[in-house]
Design a protein around this ligand. Sequence first.
Ligand SMILES: [Cu+2]
Length: 359
Amino acid sequence: MNRPGFQPSVVWLTLSTVPALPRFLRMLVPRFFFARLVPLIGLCLLAGCGGSTMSTFEGHSDLTKEILDIYGVIFWIDLALFLLVQGILIVAVVKFRATGKETTLPEQVHGNLPMEIGWTVAPVVLLVIITVPTVSLIFESQAQAKDDALVVNAVGKQWWFQFGYPEYDFETANEMHVPLGRQVDVRLQSDNVIHAFWAPQIAAKRDMMPGRVNHITFTADKVGEYMGQCAEYCADSHALMKFRIFVDTAEDFDKWAKHQASAQAEPVAASAGFQAFQGATCVACHAIEGTSSQSRIGPDLTHVGSRGLIASGILENNEANLRLWLKDPAAIKPGSKMPNLNLTDEQINTIVPFLSSLK
Ligand SMILES: [Cu+2]
């Protein structure tokens, strides 16, 4: 009866290990579980705590603080409920457990109207307590901004963020500055797929939809640098689509904005660097105010040298990284919409210092 591939000896061999199995598992489980798995899970959990400006447990604007307040209310309600339910369960288990001496079934109860009404009404009341402040904060976060609010047009691109400041008439990329204590009205848009603007400590999170302007309004209350990240999957380099919000004092902000709004001086347009930039077709996608380069497919490069990071917050802005970026953008950002232009070393050597000089 032996079919090919079917060997009784294999079955025997397998079965013979069964008695040893519990011992084997006892050996394996504690070692793997306590030596590897528990610390690993612990590390993963801890990785979500503190330190980073992506932590949602710290708010530095009116909006994010109010979200935390609601979170607090929900947390304490949930904790009280958890303790109540677990408490009743433990009491029931201890008090009504079988002793082994019973001869009949305990009294069987079917239905209890007051209890059924109770556990239907109580959750409804709790949900109302949670829903009312949540929904009102959602509306508040996109309410009509004050007249003196700073408007920022934030556009989600693949895979970077464009920030326009109509009040000062300029555009920049990936680094959004806002003044301390003044309301900001971020107008969220997209001209491609859906992205989400997420800076947990300052601006919370909202989608950037094609064909629609979403608002998020907040007033930041602590000077600092805060991380942000696209939070809606938008293809290849979604995970590399980061940005930063800088909260500046009113004077620092004004200084920054006026500088960003200034064009580059005339000698820039005549420089060898700009000639090489033009010759390498960079002008087809980038703008440098003060020169003939006026396209806005890629980030505005007028003051690219003043940014701390490039490629939407994933590379420090220095000559070595600019070199890497120009050599092959897609090697750094998969799917990058900036093509590999097969630049010669000579072109790169001329263009890189030129870009760094655009402070
Ligand atoms: Cu995305």
